[in-house]
Design a protein around this ligand. Sequence first.
Ligand SMILES: Cc1cc2nc3c(=O)[nH]c(=O)nc-3n(C[C@H](O)[C@H](O)[C@H](O)COP(=O)(O)O)c2cc1C
Length: 217
Amino acid sequence: MNIVDAAQKRYSTKKFDPRKKLTEEQIRQLKNLLRLSPSSVNSQPWHFIIASTAEGLARIAKGVQGTSSFNEPKVKDASLAVVFCAKTDMDEKYLEHVLDVEDRGGRLPNEEVKAQINAARTYFVNLHRFDLKDVKHWMEKQVYLNMGTLLLGAAAMGIDAVPMEGIDVRAIDEEFGLREKGFTALAIISFGYRAEDDFNAKAPKVRLAEDEIFTIL
Ligand SMILES: Cc1cc2nc3c(=O)[nH]c(=O)nc-3n(C[C@H](O)[C@H](O)[C@H](O)COP(=O)(O)O)c2cc1C
């Protein structure tokens, strides 16, 4: 599929058909997209909780109760839901871990390159930790980039989806013990196939005009 057609056709699905399920192969491909998404200095400050069973979806749905209950059916009727979680801190131990993974993956040809990569990554991470004091926001930006990658990827695969920030972060963090593990929930994306009567499927896609959002030099 042409990628611009996919971007045009995708929309935020407000009502899923609970009878229509993704295949194992589609789920595998979506998981690959999650892993392959880029992040600043390859920091990968994320974790994903993935559910495709009724029990798993019900656990994630604990995060869309109360004031977030408008999103509950979008989780329960979906075929797959992914909770996007961001790290809450990034320390030297984690940087060593990423470096080790890159080393074992064959990305670092010698000790000199390894030291350079480590120094550059540590520089940027510490810039956000100490100078800018925005390391949480910085990590969350990486996770949002991943969300965008997955939304477009799903659209290109002909899969319907909806991103949801309207969630109870505390409830999800508690349900999955995220804070103890150094993570916090940011958003959920549900995947599946639209219900025939999803009002949003027929609404035209409306965006700000080109001359408002582009400065062409
Ligand atoms: C970060 C983010 C959070 C969103 N949160 C919700 C949400 O909680 N519930 C919902 O129904 N839609 C949510 N949306 C969907 C947006 O309203 C939708 O993307 C926007 O109106 C554009 O429409 P489209 O996705 O159909 O092109 C969210 C979208 C984004 C990107």
